[in-house]
Design a protein around this ligand. Sequence first.
Ligand SMILES: [Zn+2]
Length: 308
Amino acid sequence: MSDRPTSDSPLIFDRVFDPRHGERVAVSPLVARVTANNPGPFTFHGTNTWLVGTSELAVIDPGPDDPAHVAAILAAVGSARVTAILVTHTHRDHSPAAAALQVATGAPIWGEGPHRPARPLDLGEINPMDASSQGAFRHDRVLGDGDVVSGPDWTLEAIATPGHTANHLCFALAEEKTLFTGDHVMAWSTSIVAPPDGAMVDYMASLRRLMARDDRLLLPAHGAGIGEPLAFLRGLEAHRLGREAAVFAAFRRAAERPEYRIEKRPALRGRQGMWALVNEAGAVLKRGHELGPVLAPVERRLMKLVEG
Ligand SMILES: [Zn+2]
């Protein structure tokens, strides 16, 4: 078994990206970025903060709590006016600077809702994802799927894309057929879908939602843009399905062992049960792109779950 994507939908990651931290980098007539200086294993070169519009601006993902980055955003805004602050989701590298940007501009903060896990926590379960989220995120206005925020020369539609987090939104810029994808789809890496905050079933459904669209360009919150969205999304789906098949196979091998007595845990039966295990296994899979080296620990983890 392999997690290689099928040949008709190759998944090629693009890791070529010059962040130009703190500078205003024009991307199109309506779009510019300012990349925060917060590089890391999960943020690549840092968080891309997107500025949309000419005289009145929407700012998408103000970024981490970093006064230097907020100052860089304000410098990039210049004599224009920020009229909306939009947040794709509430991870610490995306939403915390919204508060400082609001103090400086008076613009309302728009988001889907507070940070929350995708499933109820088990009794006594500690959420290992808490450290990565901004639990104190406060927004002024709620954006649901299909809701629109606009300025004189831009229209941004919220596209609900849960999976990476339960409250994840993408934003579609109608005037340029460009989709700001946050952490849902990125050119440099697969997206982390770690339970209990992330959910793989939701993630795959959100991926298919984007495949049904006809965006010309995807602009992620980390790294370079994606110029051929459908081919990349198909590759991403094939990659995930390949891993799913490998995890299911590991699960079946584990479940076949008589000592684990799967029938004692009816909740783990069938496809839903497998998905529950796949979600748990996501924590083990982490972000390695080669499944081989991680299969053994996944199998051990699945066995533990089945055993437990
Ligand atoms: Zn994130």
